[in-house]
Design a protein around this ligand. Structure first.
Ligand code: AMP
Ligand code: ZN
Length: 115
């Protein structure tokens, strides 16, 4: 746990969030500022600031986030209509919270390329 990290505080239950997924490795919760009818974030329970800090030991963890997000997409009924999984990294990627998180966006047609 990183003491001043927002998502570590959510993982620790110190800041409330609406959970959509919870397992030993990751937590999924609704984004506070949804950009689509379904917008959830999937974070590792262990602090990792940005995907560029991941080591080979984090390979399964990163894949696990995708599986968890896809499971929720299935549960929410958007698997066939479609969804987007996004991980922003550092300044140009638009990362604002420095604890790795995978966005799940769905429920409306999403444009490409993103802004
Ligand atoms: P990013 O720009 O990729 O770093 O995404 C950070 C996301 O965290 C944004 O979509 C925010 O709306 C979201 N966010 C910030 N604070 C909270 C919070 N307390 N609970 C849930 N989501 C949050
Ligand atoms: Zn953290």
């Amino acid at each position: 746990m990183s003491a001043d990290c927002l998502f570590c505080k959510i993982v620790a239950g110190k800041i409330p969030a609406t959970k959509v997924h919870d397992d030993a490795l990751c937590l999924g919760f609704l984004d506070i500022s949804p950009q689509a009818p379904l917008h959830a974030l999937f974070v590792p329970k262990r602090h990792l600031a940005t995907v560029g800090d991941a080591t080979t030991e984090d390979r399964e963890l990163l894949g696990h986030l995708m599986f968890a997000a896809t499971k929720v997409a299935r549960e929410k009924g958007v698997l066939d209509s479609g969804f987007r999984l996004v991980m922003n990294a550092n300044r140009d990627g638009g990362q604002t919270v420095f604890h790795v998180h995978l966005h799940l966006l769905a429920g409306r047609p999403l444009t490409w390329p993103p802004g």
